[in-house]
Design a protein around this ligand. Structure first.
Ligand SMILES: Nc1nc2c(ncn2[C@@H]2O[C@H](COP(=O)(O)OP(=O)(O)O)[C@@H](O)[C@H]2O)c(=O)[nH]1
Ligand SMILES: [Mg+2]
Length: 399
């Protein structure tokens, strides 16, 4: 009898211990993410016992690891509300050859600029009307007045010297002349070297809706693909959604986002982002900004201040101006305004997919005397390409 009671007691104790384990292990998994303005460097992944133990911020919750874990079936997966899809880190595509991969996206510019020009130049009789059509084609594609006149003049001269024209000759000639206009000597690398003790700092500016945040996110991926570590600064504080958007991009590649309260001071967030970059020994800090253009003085004050405050840490490596290729001449007006406020060091031309106005690349470089360094060719995460004049022209006119 006593033996039976003892056995029952032992059994009860055993059940209690096991269920206690299960409960505490559940409790652990259900803990909400630590409230913090910055997310952990690595977004919460599938809970894996061994790896969690390496994260210092999990310290206080780690005692459970000392006892043997219950069998997997008894601890059902609980999904944390803020991390629904167990975000494993993305492996971004390598950057080399992206423009070639994405060349089909230039289809509309291809048809207007490339094929249109070649067809016109191939006409048997290159009369004045045809030259005018060639000029119109270039203007329609937003090449700009001065570059268009230069190009037409040179084409007329060279076609005359050529005499008879084979399609191959015309293509080669057009290729050469478009390359002259685009410039092959610019240094188009995005500079991210930074100082000895400081990360490279890149500030991204432009009017709202042009693709600044998207570009910042894509650029973070490019850098991560190249083996650099990145911190993001969400200095667009006008909408909380803007910071969320940037943070989502960052989380996919393990880049921390420094953000502040909605309506907070953009300059201090930018400053903090660089400070954070220095503290964690990051290679590059990318700062996304707001771009309300309705009050030019407001914009000047704000962007100027962001830049000055960031420069307390050291010089900026790049100020990238993001322009929407579909906005045509409007983009040039924006470019002028921003160039007055900050020294633009490079241009990012977004939405070149789906526009016939690829000639804007030429016009905007002329306008600012600054090279196009990157082009956006879609909304996908790896649809940002280093701008290579040769690959661009080949995509336009076929090779
Ligand atoms: N088709 C296309 N859409 C783009 C490109 N870059 C950005 N977008 C879209 O443009 C919209 C505005 O982008 P966002 O980065 O929020 O602009 P921001 O206000 O300047 O930060 C979003 O819907 C993006 O997906 C691009 O290269 N191609
Ligand atoms: Mg934005």
């Amino acid at each position: 009898m006593e033996f039976v009671i003892l056995a029952v007691v032992i059994a009860l104790v055993a059940v209690g211990v096991i269920s206690g384990l299960v409960v505490s292990s559940r409790k652990k998994k259900q803990l909400p993410p630590a409230p913090s303005s910055t997310p952990p460097l690595t977004p919460p992944a599938e809970p894996r016992v061994g790896e969690e133990a390496e994260e210092p911020r999990e310290e206080s919750r780690r005692t459970i690891e000392d006892v043997p874990a219950p069998p997997a079936e008894t601890a059902p997966e609980t999904v944390e509300p803020e991390a629904p899809a167990a975000p494993a880190l993305d492996v971004p595509e390598p950057t080399a050859g992206r423009l070639v991969r994405l060349r089909a996206r230039l289809a509309r510019s291809q048809n207007t600029l490339g094929k249109g020009l070649l067809a016109l130049l191939s006409r048997d009789n290159l009369d004045e009307d045809t030259w005018e059509e060639i000029e119109d084609t270039l203007l329609t594609a937003d090449v700009g007045v001065a570059p268009t006149q230069e190009l037409v003049e040179r084409l007329r001269e060279r076609v005359r010297v050529l005499g008879t024209r084979t399609p191959e000759e015309l293509r080669a000639l057009l290729r050469e002349e478009l390359l002259v206009l685009l410039g092959t000597d610019f240094d188009r690398a995005v500079k991210t070297e930074g100082g000895l003790e400081t990360p490279g700092v890149v500030m991204v500016v432009g009017v709202n809706g042009t693709g600044k945040t998207t570009t910042t996110g894509k650029l973070a991926r490019v850098l991560v693909a190249d083996g650099r570590s990145v911190v993001l600064g969400a200095a667009d504080t006008f909408r909380a959604a803007a910071a969320d958007q940037l943070q989502t991009w960052g989380e996919r590649v393990g880049a921390r986002t420094v953000r502040g309260p909605e309506g907070g001071d953009p300059a201090s967030i930018a400053y903090d982002a660089v400070k954070e970059g220095i503290a964690e020994g990051a290679d590059v800090v990318l700062i996304d900004t707001a771009g309300r253009l309705h009050t030019k003085t407001g914009l000047m004050d704000e962007l100027g201040k962001v830049k000055r405050v960031v420069e307390k840490h050291g010089p900026l490596d790049e100020v990238l101006l993001v322009l929407d290729a579909t906005t045509g001449q409007n983009g040039l007006v924006q470019a002028r305004v921003f160039a007055e406020v900050v020294d633009i060091t490079g241009i990012v031309l977004t939405k070149l997919d789906g526009t016939a106005k690829g000639g804007i690349v030429i016009a905007v470089q002329r306008e600012l005397g600054v090279p196009v360094k990157l082009v956006g060719l879609g909304e996908g995460p790896d649809d940002l390409a280093p701008f290579e004049p040769e690959a661009f022209v080949d995509a336009l006119i076929g090779d």
